[in-house]
Design a protein around this ligand. Structure first.
Ligand SMILES: Nc1ncnc2c1ncn2[C@@H]1O[C@H](COP(=O)(O)OP(=O)(O)OP(=O)(O)O)[C@@H](O)[C@H]1O
Ligand SMILES: [Mg+2]
Length: 355
């Protein structure tokens, strides 16, 4: 009995519910192109049959639940650094350089990391149009589980590729198969999310070593993302110093609101998100005018800002008011991190130049 089989069957179909940490789910994510919903004038809309109207409403509901992304400064830095490192690492036999995106929860780390992967994979596919998703898998996206061990980490890589293994499969079996499949499918970029989980595990040193081993054996650029890993000691000790020497640290922080430039940057972010709205009664600039309020509620975290705007847009459609108002925004619940630090943010938001 073979202990391992690689998950490459003959069909190229994508199952609908595969998570993004599998090659099928990842490909679905890479290929997904958001469609801008149509917004016909109100009189034209009224003339449509009820069913067509309902379909348009549903399309706009779906669209606003998942608005197009804004190019934040963090995302721009990650994309530029990523592109450069992938290029510089090509042909390097060892000592390849990587990146670590570190910062508070809800600041857009996973979003930026997956965008880097998506953009890279789309450009690779453009350069190799004849190759199917089975012949070329240039990007792997894996999340580090809580309480990871070296074997669990290896299994996560195997799971991405759909490699199945029996209970007798040893750790070297799994690692060797992962590396063989990665080489055969031209891996170039490894995205490892939730890297802070390595710091919390009892097997921290062993997991770090396993990761280092993967980084040596896989001829790819490694990009990590995790919550405040610098503060939590990822770069401490001999292992940490080695990581620090090889990885570029990119900070993913909430937006600030102290200086004039910072407030301009915040308003410009809101303006970008506002431009993507497709609501009948929305007046351009109405959301930017609520910049102070939106900062107070979100504390400058893009995750909370996005939740507020997307939530209010969906409510505006459901309630047929078709515009975002402070009353609607008040109804949108935020995560604990945003609400628990709200008093500090209120003080910051009412600095001179504020509302
Ligand atoms: N550039 C962006 N433009 C618009 N929305 C964004 C952007 N980046 C992130 N978001 C929104 O913020 C939410 C949170 O982002 P994300 O999950 O990337 O944060 P995170 O830093 O990885 O958080 P955690 O540390 O909790 O995993 C996303 O669901 C997305 O809706
Ligand atoms: Mg994340």
């Amino acid at each position: 009995m073979t202990a391992l089989t690689t998950g490459f069957d003959d069909t190229d179909d994508l199952a609908p519910d595969e998570p993004v940490t599998t090659k099928e789910g990842w490909r679905r994510f890479v290929e997904h192109q958001p469609v801008l919903p149509v917004l016909p004038p109100v009189d034209e809309l009224a003339a449509l049959p009820a069913r067509a109207r309902a379909e348009l409403v549903q399309a706009r509901r779906d669209y606003h639940s998942d608005l197009p992304l804004a190019h934040t400064p963090t995302m721009k830095t990650l994309l530029t650094t990523g592109r450069l490192l992938i290029q510089l690492n090509r042909g390097q036999i060892s000592a390849r350089r990587g990146m670590i995106l570190s910062g508070a929860s809800g600041t857009g780390k996973s979003t930026a990391l997956t965008q880097l992967g998506r953009i890279h994979e789309r450009s690779v596919r453009k350069r190799h149009p004849g190759q199917t998703g089975k012949q070329r898998i240039p990007v792997v996206y894996v999340t580090v589980p809580t309480d990871a061990t070296p074997k669990i980490l290896a299994v996560e890589f195997a799971r991405f590729y759909g490699i199945e293994f029996g209970s007798r499969a040893t750790m070297p079996d799994i690692v060797n198969t992962v590396c063989a499949v990665a080489a055969r499918t031209h891996l170039e970029l490894v995205l490892l999310d939730e890297i802070h989980n390595i710091l919390d595990t009892r097997a921290r040193a062993e997991v770090s070593d396993q990761l280092k081993y993967f980084a040596e054996r896989l001829p790819a650029t490694f990009a990590y993302a995790g919550i405040e890993v610098e503060e939590r000691g990822l770069f401490a000790g001999p292992r940490g110093r080695q990581i620090a020497g090889r990885f570029t640290l990119i900070n993913s922080a909430p937006f600030d609101y102290g200086t004039h430039e910072q407030r301009v940057a915040w308003r410009s972010l809101i303006a970008t998100l506002e431009q993507s709205l497709r609501l009948h009664q929305h007046q351009p600039g109405a959301l930017v005018a609520l910049a102070d309020y939106l900062y107070e509620r979100s504390g400058g975290a893009i995750g909370s800002l996005s939740q507020l705007i997307r939530g209010a847009a969906v409510l505006a459609i459901d309630e047929e008011t078709e515009q975002i108002t402070p009353d609607l925004l008040d109804l949108i619940p935020l995560d604990h991190a945003a609400t628990s630090t709200r008093p500090t943010r209120r003080r910051k938001a009412s600095k001179p130049g504020g509302r």
